[in-house]
Write a protein that binds this ligand. Structure first.
Ligand code: NAD
Length: 483
């Protein structure tokens, strides 16, 4: 088992390397926090370059045999991983709940989606193959989609298991072996996933997890000469650092970074549903979702009554029931700092704007659902990603103004447009600089490719596009000669 009780009350999670638990080479562990109560949580192995090297060697040894299997065999192994996730939902969600404090509904959603990633790519890999190219009678030319070999997956703390599976499932489906470095704050569910995948028959060495800090594990992993591709989800500064490493090593990199995504509401929209979408952007994972649409742009004629309605609904949200805490002490302090800076700039929230001062939520890292209305477009509130339950609203006068405000950000991850005029919705959808745009609340699912424009990153996760991210194209050409 990956977790062992070495002290009476402290559970420790080791790395998972080569199909078994593996103690950290330096013998040390990192503490974690339970953000719902601020109590200490489990400990995770404090990895270092030696652990990274062992994991990469295990992955390197495993990938060729895996890649050589018929698609049907790889597919059934991935289906078994999906079944194992479903069968171990209780264990996975308990680990995730402890280090994130997520609500039960959020945990259920993320765990179901984690299994669904494996099912989707288990099916999609059957249709993942090259093509023939007609060069005339004298040649037989075709392409092969070959794996990279060892892929590194580095994930953040906001949707730990889900984001790991989003990258792992297509990487494995395409025939690679993987070394995952989860956030040191939320590693336990990813270690558990590797264990249950091994128990479900995924060959040893295909899915390895090395836990620890970005500096001690993430950087050595990206620098390891046998790592041939990196998939990173996290912040812009770390993404920039990894892009430098990848550029230096000439290896490809997927960057899924931050967002400051707009929710654009026209006066002719279904305002009831649009208000529910605005509330959901704050409630879902307490706003700690890169794709959350928390920049609320509303047509002037309905702006004030609409934002008053949204603010009233935010006041009805109950901590721990409808939304969870902020995941980390540092992020909690950062959100509160945004409130201080807003106050100094003369902004008063219509609702929220602070932490809970009494009762159970005050014992955890809970922040009140917050709405700032009429935010000047040059303030940090309007421009910077705030990973927390905070909406900033701005009125717009017409379609051109809405487009200008929507694009007035360094990011370009998602946009959500609400209008009774579908032609206008589609016109804006095609013009906005973002990787995915929804009109009138159409959901983004596993089938829809996901990724950023501008500073939100590059490369695509999800959909068939992700399978191609994890494969390289080889052309084989045979001269047939004359008969
Ligand atoms: P982060 O960049 O600090 O950390 C992400 C991961 O990178 C962690 O595992 C961390 O240990 C590791 N890391 C840190 N420094 C490193 C280094 N020098 N070299 C290698 N690895 C390193 O981000 P975070 O604070 O954990 O996550 C929050 C950020 O993630 C937000 O900005 C959010 O928008 C973004 N995010 C993006 C998506 C997306 O799909 N686009 C999804 C979720 C979160």
């Amino acid at each position: 088992m990956g977790a062992s009780a070495r002290q009476r009350a402290t559970v420790r999670h080791d790395h998972w390397i080569g199909g078994k638990p593996s103690e950290p080479a330096r013998g040390s562990y990192l503490p974690t926090l339970r953000p719902a109560t601020r109590e200490p949580g489990d400990e995770v192995a404090a990895g270092g370059p030696d652990d990274v090297d062992r994991a990469v060697v295990a992955a390197r040894a495993a990938y060729r045999a895996w890649a050589a299997l018929p698609a049907a065999d790889r597919s059934s192994a991935l289906h078994r991983v999906a079944d194992a996730i479903a069968a171990h939902t209780g264990e996975l969600t308990a680990l995730e709940r402890a280090c994130t404090g997520k609500t039960d509904a959020q945990l259920r959603l993320e765990t179901e989606m984690s299994a669904a990633y494996f099912r989707y790519y288990a099916g999609a890999l059957h249709a993942h193959h090259g093509r023939t190219i007609d060069q005339g009678a004298g040649a037989l030319t075709y392409t092969r989609l070959e794996p990279y070999g060892v892929v590194a997956v580095i994930t953040p703390w906001n949707l730990p298991l889900n984001q790991a599976c989003r990258a792992l499932a297509p990487a494995l489906a395409a025939g690679n072996a993987v070394v995952v470095k989860p956030s040191e704050l939320t590693s336990a569910s990813t270690v558990c996933l590797a264990r249950i995948a091994s128990e479900a028959g995924l060959p040893d060495g295909l899915l390895n997890v090395v836990t620890g800090t970005g500096r001690e594990v993430g950087t050595p992993l990206a620098l390891h000469p046998e790592v041939r591709r990196v998939a990173f989800t996290g912040s812009v500064p770390t993404g920039r650092r990894l892009a430098t490493v990848a550029a230096d090593r000439l290896i490809p990199l997927t960057l899924e970074l931050g967002g400051k995504s707009p929710l654009v509401v026209f006066a002719d929209a279904d305002l009831e549903r649009a208000a529910a979408a605005a509330v959901n952007a704050v409630a879902a994972n307490a706003g700690q979702v890169c794709s959350a649409t928390k920049r609320l742009l509303v047509e002037s004629s309905v702006h004030d009554p609409f934002v008053r309605e949204v603010a009233a609904r935010l006041e009805g949200l109950e901590p721990a029931r409808d939304f969870g805490p902020i995941n980390t002490e540092a992020q909690y302090a950062e959100v509160l700092d945004h409130f201080d800076r807003a106050r100094e700039a003369g902004c008063r929230p219509l609702t929220g704007g602070g932490a809970y001062e009494d009762g159970a939520p005050a014992g955890g890292l809970y922040i009140r659902p917050t709405l700032y209305a009429h935010v000047p477009r040059d303030l940090p509130l309007a421009r910077e990603e705030i990973f927390g339950p905070v909406l900033a609203t701005m009125p717009f006068t017409d379609e051109a103004h809405a487009l200008a405000l929507a694009d007035d950000t360094a990011y370009g991850l998602v946009a959500s447009i609400w209008s009774g005029d579908t032609a206008r919705g589609l016109r804006l959808a095609e013009r906005i600089q973002a990787g995915q745009v929804t009109v009138n609340g159409c959901p983004l699912t596993i089938e829809t490719p996901f990724g950023g424009y501008k500073q939100s990153g590059y490369g695509r996760e999800k959909g068939l596009e992700a399978l191609h991210e994890y494969a390289q194209v080889k052309t084989v050409s045979l001269a047939l000669g004359s008969s």
